[in-house]
Design a protein around this ligand. Structure first.
Ligand code: ADP
Ligand code: MG
Length: 322
C-alpha cells in the first residue's frame, strides 16, 4: 500500500509547487480568510501553509491522510457540480507518502487541537496540543524516499518560479482572502484582502493601475469579468495571462487566441497582451477532469465562447478608444 501511495503521489506531486497548490486549495475549501505560505529553499527543505479555516477534529485529521478520504463529495452527482477545489481525496495521502508532514489543526469550538506527524505514510506521533483555530501543514524533505525524483528537481530559482506562479493564480482567484508569502524568512508578498483591481496591482506593481481596461459581459452561456491591459502595455515576452473558469485557473490556447484576435491591429509584431479574465459557465458544460493537475478544461460550446470573448474584449478596447 505504501508503494501504491508512492506511485499515486508521483501523479499529484511533481514538484514543490504542486504541494503548494494542493495545500492552499485545501485552505480555501476550508473557508480560510487568511493564508500564510512559508518556504525554505524553494520548498525543497520545507513548505508550510497556515490557515484560519474551519480546522479538523482529531478523527478527521487522521482520516485526511487516507487515500480517497475526501469530505467534499457525497455522491457521483457531485462530480458534475464541483464548487470545491479538491475532489479526489488524494493530495494529502500522496504528499504524506513522499515527505515528512506535520499537521496542527483545531476547530473553532474545540479547546484543544491535534498534532500529527507522518513520515512516508507512517504516523509517528499524534498528540493533543494547544493551537489556534485553523490548520497548519508543514511538508518537509519532499521526495526524501524517492531520490530519483528529488534529484530531478530544478534549481531553486526555477522551483521558486513555479511556486510563485501557483501562488499568483490562487491569489488572483481569491482577492477577498489575504495571503502572505515568505521565502527563507524574507517577505515576498503581503496581499491584504481587497478587490480584483487592487489585488492585480498589489501583485504586478502600481503601474498596472493605469493599464487596466475592465471587461464585463453577460450572456446566456457565459459571464466574463476582469481586465485586459491596454495594447501599448503589451509585452515582447509573454504577458501576464490569466484565465479563470468558475474561479479555477486554466490554460487554454484556444481562448488565448480569442483574446489576441480581439487586439488585432493594435499590437506591435510579436507583442503579447496581458489579461486577467474570469469566465463563469454552467458547471455541467465543462469537463475539468481531463488532466490530473486540473489546469486544462473541455468546454461543450467552445466556438460560441470564443466568439463572445473576442467580441467583448474588442468592444471594451474600442470603448476605451485605445
Ligand atoms: P480533497 O481536497 O480532494 O478532499 P485532500 O487530500 O486534499 O483531498 O484533503 C483530504 C481532506 O482533508 C479534505 O477533504 C478535508 O476534509 C481535509 N483537509 C485538508 N486540508 C484541510 C484544511 N486546511 N483545513 C480543513 N480541512 C482540511
Ligand atoms: Mg485537496
Amino acid at each position: 500500500d505504501h508503494v501504491a501511495n508512492q506511485i499515486a503521489a508521483g501523479e499529484v506531486v511533481q514538484r514543490p509547487a504542486s504541494v503548494v497548490k494542493e495545500l492552499i486549495e485545501n485552505s480555501i475549501d476550508a473557508g480560510a480568510t487568511s493564508i500564510t505560505l512559508l518556504l525554505k529553499d524553494a520548498g525543497k527543505t520545507s513548505i508550510q501553509v497556515i490557515d484560519d479555516g474551519k480546522g479538523m477534529s482529531a478523527t478527521d485529521a487522521r482520516m485526511s491522510f487516507e487515500r480517497h478520504a475526501t469530505s467534499k463529495i457525497k455522491d457521483a452527482q457531485d462530480l458534475f457540480n464541483l464548487s470545491t477545489k479538491g475532489f479526489r481525496g488524494e493530495a494529502l495521502a500522496s504528499i504524506a507518502a513522499i515527505a515528512h508532514v506535520e499537521l496542527k489543526t483545531k476547530q473553532e469550538n474545540d479547546e484543544l487541537g491535534t498534532l500529527l506527524k507522518i513520515e512516508g505514510s507512517e504516523v509517528t506521533a499524534q498528540e493533543v496540543v494547544a493551537t489556534a483555530k485553523g490548520t497548519s501543514i508543514a511538508v518537509k524533505n519532499l521526495f526524501f524516499n524517492i531520490p530519483a525524483r528529488r534529484n530531478f528537481l530544478k534549481s531553486d530559482t526555477v522551483e521558486t518560479r513555479h511556486i510563485v506562479d501557483e501562488f499568483q493564480r490562487v491569489a488572483l482567484a481569491h482577492p477577498n482572502i489575504s495571503f502572505l508569502l515568505h521565502h527563507n524568512n524574507n517577505e515576498v508578498y503581503h496581499l491584504k484582502k481587497s478587490n480584483l483591481r487592487k489585488r492585480i496591482v498589489a501583485i504586478f506593481g502600481a503601474k498596472m493601475n493605469e493599464k487596466l481596461v475592465p471587461i464585463n459581459e453577460q450572456t446566456d452561456i457565459m459571464t466574463v469579468n476582469g481586465f485586459v491591459a491596454k495594447p501599448e502595455f503589451a509585452k515582447k515576452k509573454r504577458g501576464e495571462q490569466f484565465f479563470f473558469v468558475n474561479n479555477r485557473f486554466i490554460k487554454s490556447s484556444y481562448l488565448n487566441h480569442a483574446v489576441v484576435n480581439a487586439f488585432e491591429g493594435l499590437l506591435e509584431n510579436g507583442a503579447h497582451p496581458s489579461y486577467f479574465l474570469y469566465l463563469e459557465v454552467p458547471p455541467n458544460t465543462i469537463d475539468i477532469n481531463i488532466h490530473p493537475t486540473k489546469t486544462e478544461v473541455k468546454f461543450d460550446n467552445e466556438k460560441a465562447l470564443y466568439a463572445i470573448l473576442r467580441a467583448t474584449v474588442k468592444h471594451s478596447l474600442g470603448q476605451y478608444n485605445v
